[in-house]
Design a protein around this ligand. Sequence first.
Ligand code: PRP
Ligand code: ZN
Length: 285
Amino acid sequence: MSILKIAIQKSGRLSESSRKLFEECGIKISNGSGSLKVIAGNFPVEILLLRDDDIPQYVEQRVADIGIVGENMVYEKKKDVAVLEQLGFAGCRLSLAIPKEESYPGTGFFMNKKVATSYPVLLSEYFASTNISAEIEELSGSVEIAPGIGLADAICDIVSSGSTLLTNGLREVEMVMKSQAVIISNRNLDPEKQKILERLLFRIRAVKNARENKYILLNAPEEAVEDICRILPGMKSPTILPLAEKGWCSLHSVVKEDEFWDRIDQLREAGAEGILVIPIEKMIL
Ligand code: PRP
Ligand code: ZN
């Protein structure tokens, strides 16, 4: 029987969330043992725990069939892999940062300066597109200390919470790209692996949809229902149930997580009361 080999980050920004995604997809990965290869108990996949920097190459060479990695790595490494799906976690920016005491007049700051980075490909594309000629100093890690030790004038690195910049006396001045975790795949999977991948993607989409949406319940007077239905787009149309109290009903629907605060203000203005917002466990469209 075929097994789909999946590369995920061993330790770092993506590793916890990648494991959690499989867990929420009902795929059990045993923890501990320190092994770099883990077979799932109840789904035909094998998890390879690797350095994120190496994942695009391993997927291209079919050491792993698919991988979970940041877009930053995929576009830096320029490997021939298919990007299948954005996963909505490990959001970050690839940004330029300078010592915080320096004044910043705009991108001209970087003219003829030395910039340390682990992303030479993306940074040189950025400098080419903004007509800046600067020297790129490639480092494989701890880029944030380069200005402090006189190795570079600025850095270009991943910023997530911003705390690494802060503790190193740097400030973000330009964004080169936005990034999040994605699934990448080898371009030549055999039909059996392709089938496992489809089953996996089905589960991942159900988890992703659930994360992006909330279930909402509210009470409203009958005369407000029409207005409220217009505010609540829902998966289809809202469910409307009568309440024991005459002239009142209960509405149930699904709202996008990122819109729901907006919607809630509009709903209250329209007359909604007793609003409950509930997380969704899985959502299959
Ligand atoms: C990035 C970057 C910083 C950190 C920034 O590393 O190099 O060290 O994350 O995060 P913060 O803004 O929350 O402090 P990454 O996770 O990409 O690790 P790696 O380069 O070691 O794989
Ligand atoms: Zn890395």
